[in-house]
Design a protein around this ligand. Sequence first.
Ligand code: IPE
Ligand code: MG
Length: 236
Amino acid sequence: MDGNGRWANERRLPRVAGHSKGVEAVRNVVEACAQRGVEFLTLFAFSSENWRRPADEVSLLMRLFIMVLEREVAQMRANGICLRIVGDTSAFEPRLQKLIQQSQQRTAGNKRLVLTVCANYGGRWDILQATRAMLAANPHLAANPDSITEAELSRYLAMSHAPEPDLFIRTGGEQRISNFLLWQLAYTELYFTPDFWPDFGAQQLEAAFESFRQRERRFGRTGAQLVTADQPAPDH
Ligand code: IPE
Ligand code: MG
């Protein structure tokens, strides 16, 4: 979700106003996805590098995060949204950590859409923490590194509750991954749009889906093989 600051700048508003408008876009996109039958939506809200921003912007983003959790979880619960927060949440103030825990508990049984919010998340952090957790749980693997499989490591990734994404959308015009789901994006279709995040809604989502429909997903095979194969990839 990129472009909140520029959206505000264009209107001579403080960056803060862009972030508030960004929250509205989140609400719209979550509902649009649920209505379109998307089962898993993962939003990159705050990266492990975003702490480098000016202190007042960081503290505003934290306050916004708290506000959203306080005000929106009841609605999510009613709308069938299961909320998951992934990232190194231990860096957040205790009040926010507690809210995160409660929000996850309150929406845990929901099945309509799994909404994962990545907060203080980084793809490299995730691979590293998964490796550490895997070795801590299976000390014998350190002596037999050849026996470690991709499937084994994936079990410890922060996103182990969700399948690998089909579609990645980045708003705001930059064409890079910026340390998002590095492991999981291996075969994901990438979509970049110049629209700023506050301007992204159901219509823009539809354009991204339309682009996705045009893609030929080969998973390493040739185009000719796809014509005969029922399943393009045995393991993805
Ligand atoms: C939102 O957009 C992303 C967050 C970290 C909340 P930005 O704040 O990066 O907006 P730009 O890139 O300055 O326009
Ligand atoms: Mg940005």
